[in-house]
Design a protein around this ligand. Sequence first.
Ligand code: S3P
Length: 183
Amino acid sequence: MTGAAMRDLATTGKHLVLIGMMGAGKTTVGVECARRLGRAFVDTDELVTRTARMTVEGIFADGGESRFRRLEHGVVADVCASPEPLVIACGGGAVLDPENRRALRVAGVVVWLRAPAATLLSRVGDGSTRPLLRDDPAGALERLERLREPAYEAAAHARVDTDALDIAAVAGAVLSVFAGAAA
Ligand code: S3P
């Protein structure tokens, strides 16, 4: 993509929203896309932990997944409402909530990053910082992915299969999709 095309893209009003499973590369790819677009990058998990002044594990331990989802819901509404166009990486479960899906689709171009189960597993390690993976990361990833596919499908304007692509190539694919959808 040319520099001029990238500048046009950077100034479209739509957020670029990345969704997908834990370990799909949303944060890494999001940071790279934001760098190329000259936009700010936000990660909903980071905003949730900042709001709660607690780690994700702490929030789950304290108030369960429901507390985490409530905080996440508020963060999604806030980032969608940002007048500054952003690159937004969503926590893997953010689009299970139909209101979050609707808000993200209205405010942004939503791109689903999909990676094979083995890749997800290699990226999340022992899952110790992700409460939903704690006991059995491999089994939990497989189960959650099966359960969540319909929500990702419903939320996404486009999907990028990241198999065998490095970060730069995934970011390039995401930005092509974004250019097409935001045009
Ligand atoms: C979750 C994914 C995590 C984090 C929380 C729950 C999920 O974010 O929001 O542990 O339900 O898939 P990442 O997808 O950034 O790991």
